[in-house]
Design a protein around this ligand. Structure first.
Ligand SMILES: Cc1cc2nc3c(=O)[nH]c(=O)nc-3n(C[C@H](O)[C@H](O)[C@H](O)COP(=O)(O)OP(=O)(O)OC[C@H]3O[C@@H](n4cnc5c(N)ncnc54)[C@H](O)[C@@H]3O)c2cc1C
Length: 483
């Protein structure tokens, strides 16, 4: 393996070890586990894996790589779904893993804030915050593995966006190592600070293309003392949208989650978790998993109970179950989480993460599914997602009997069909997951000249030599200085 500078892999590893110390550098067989994606669909390689322990280490890694002509691919939990955290040019790239920078620097309940290093695992951080009597609302299926720096770099969403916003809205400050090794020290916890352009915003959702986030200051919330969860059966997806509008108003805007699922969700979840028991007798064309939460003087369970009684009486809802314990609520959520694993078990499939205006969500699902079935009658559509955010995962499963090449052809065709319908709705090809390397062609094809110019100008101003995650987001080659 020889890179553009004429260095072979072993020589580069030797130079990295000489500059940084052997403790920070992994090479050889150890590289592989950092170089395949979460689904195991793609396996690449890297010159080495760098594992800093401090911000100063990260700075040294960046300066050394820049001097050697290597690009750094930052990696948190590697749960991203768009190939942002694994190299695409193994002879020219290193992975910089934040896994050894996981300290919680401070939890300040009086300030409703915390400062945490980028490598902290989300669920572990949430547990520590809870021990301090507070709540960090970011919640996603990958929270046992993803890391805070990855969450910020992808501007992660998840099930609580409806109430608390995307990660961007939870970030108060950042510490970032820039492509020249200098440190942007912005770990402020101020709520209001209008001193010109808010520079930290540049790094949120940048997928490691502008710098390496080493620590994050976040907002904390009071822990919701009461959470009520219900699974609801409906006659149609349109009814889910009507129900959402009603629920926001009638439940005093205390909704914290509102997810829709098709009937197939339960089959898929049971394929992944066989002992899951369906909590309703009948089968319905659409389902909603809804959560209302709060603290203080409101009786949340009573609120949800009365709401459900009303909508059942009116015929908007056909059936509903309210969890009577935390354990039951957890089991209802397992259907939502298990369906992802169930789809993975059925083999390679199209996973989309699109958004449309909330009021048009049901129309979009109907039109896009009809277009997919017209083009690919032997495939199965599974549409689910966050109603309140207009965010749909319209996934397409090819028949299990197909060869890998045949399945890949179906997946490509399905993506083209879904995106064509999405464009007619002025939707987004990436509601939550980012661009990475997977969505780059579709992203670039939809950029206006002005957007492309601005993105290129920001990149070349901050990272003129393409040290940070070359190959991710736009086609920054490092050769022409242009995107
Ligand atoms: C089962 C499952 C469920 C999921 N559910 C959701 C969901 O509901 N909502 C959602 O938004 N996403 C979801 N995801 C996607 C994924 O979990 C998120 O994108 C998550 O935020 C990625 O965090 P990570 O630490 O794994 O990042 P990684 O995968 O390691 O990296 C993601 C990107 O961020 C960059 N990066 C990582 N750390 C840093 C850093 N410190 N500094 C600079 N750049 C960095 C990487 O280079 C890469 O481009 C899900 C994934 C899985 C597997």
């Amino acid at each position: 393996m020889t890179n553009d500078n004429g260095n072979d892999g072993a020589a580069l590893v030797h130079k990295l070890e000489a500059a940084l110390g052997a403790d920070l550098v992994l090479s050889g067989a150890d590289v592989a586990r950092y170089c395949s994606d979460w689904h195991g669909d793609v396996e690449t390689g890297a010159v080495a894996i760098l594992r800093p322990r401090t911000t100063a280490d990260v700075s040294a890694c960046v300066k050394t790589c820049a001097a050697l002509g290597l690009s750094l691919v930052a990696q948190g939990g590697n749960t991203g779904l768009v190939l942002g955290a694994i190299p695409d040019a193994p002879a020219r790239q290193v992975v910089l893993s934040l896994e050894r920078m996981s300290a919680i620097r401070r939890i300040d309940a009086d300030d409703f804030s915390a400062v945490v290093e980028a490598g902290a695992i989300l669920s572990e951080f949430k547990d520590k915050v809870e021990e301090a009597g507070m709540f960090f609302p970011l919640a996603l299926g990958a929270q046992g593995s993803c890391r805070i720096g990855g969450n910020v770099s992808t501007n992660a969403g998840g099930i609580n966006v409806l109430r608390y916003g995307m990660t961007r809205e939870l970030v108060l400050g950042l510490e970032v190592v820039l492509p020249d090794g200098s440190v942007f020290e912005g770990l402020s916890t101020l709520r209001k600070d209008n001193r010109g352009i808010d520079l930290k915003q540049l790094f949120i959702g940048a997928e490691g293309t502008l710098g390496i986030i080493t620590a994050v200051a976040v907002k904390l919330m009071p822990m919701p003392e009461q959470v009520a969860t219900a699974l609801i059966g409906l006659n149609a997806l349109d009814d889910a949208i009507t129900l959402f509008r009603r629920a926001r108003r009638d439940c005093c805007d205390l909704l914290s989650a509102f997810e829709f699922m098709p009937p197939l969700a339960f089959t898929l979840a049971q394929e992944a978790i066989p002992d899951l028991v369906m909590p309703m007798d009948g089968g319905y064309p659409a389902y909603v998993l809804m959560e209302v939460s709060g603290s203080g003087l409101v009786d949340i369970e009573d609120l949800l109970q009365r709401f459900l009684e009303n909508v059942l009486e009116e015929g908007l809802v056909v059936d509903g179950v309210i969890a009577t314990s935390r354990d039951q609520a957890r089991k209802l959520w397992l259907f939502r989480e298990g369906m992802n694993e169930g789809q993975a078990k059925r083999g390679p499939h199209l996973r989309t993460d699109v958004s449309v205006p909330l009021s048009r969500l049901a129309d979009f699902v109907r039109d896009a599914e009809a277009a997919v079935y017209a083009a690919l009658p032997d495939c199965t559509c599974v549409s689910y997602g966050h109603v309140g955010d207009g965010n749909v995962h319209l996934n397409v499963l090819p028949p299990a009997s197909l060869s890998r090449a045949e399945a890949d052809a179906r997946i490509y065709k399905a993506k083209t069909v879904v995106n064509a319908v999405l464009d007619t709705y002025s939707g987004s090809i990436s509601a939550e997951h980012g661009i990475g390397r997977l969505k780059k062609p579709d992203f670039e094809a939809r950029l206006t000249p002005v957007q492309r110019h601005l993105l290129g100008a920001i990149k070349t101003a901050i990272d003129p030599t393409f040290v940070m995650n070359a190959g991710c987001q736009l086609n920054y080659t490092g050769d022409s200085g242009q995107s």
